[in-house]
Design a protein. Structure first.
Length: 88
């Protein structure tokens, strides 16, 4: 049976986000492992860990960025690596 904390239902988002405040760092890291399917960064602050987990919970329940936004961010990142200025 799936743990209720990891349900992707939009109705559970407020409860899941509220529970992050009282979660230990170990619990947050475990949620990171489940949500991102990877190990959390070695030295990550509790604040950043909480924000990343919260974002991922919402992203899975409501969907991620629009494809046009993803393309824009990718282009901006590539331009920044090349040292060029992007026109938006």
């Amino acid at each position: 049976m799936q743990d209720e904390r990891f349900s992707r239902s939009p109705e559970t988002i407020p409860l899941r986000l509220a529970s992050l405040r009282s979660s230990s760092i170990a619990e947050l890291k475990q949620q990171w492992r489940v949500l991102f399917n990877s190990e959390p960064p070695h030295r990550v602050s509790r604040e950043l860990l909480t924000r990343a987990v919260a974002y991922r919970i919402q992203e899975q329940a409501r969907g991620g960025l629009k494809p046009s936004t993803r393309r824009l961010l990718l282009r901006l990142g590539n331009d920044a690596r090349r040292g060029t200025t992007a026109e938006i």
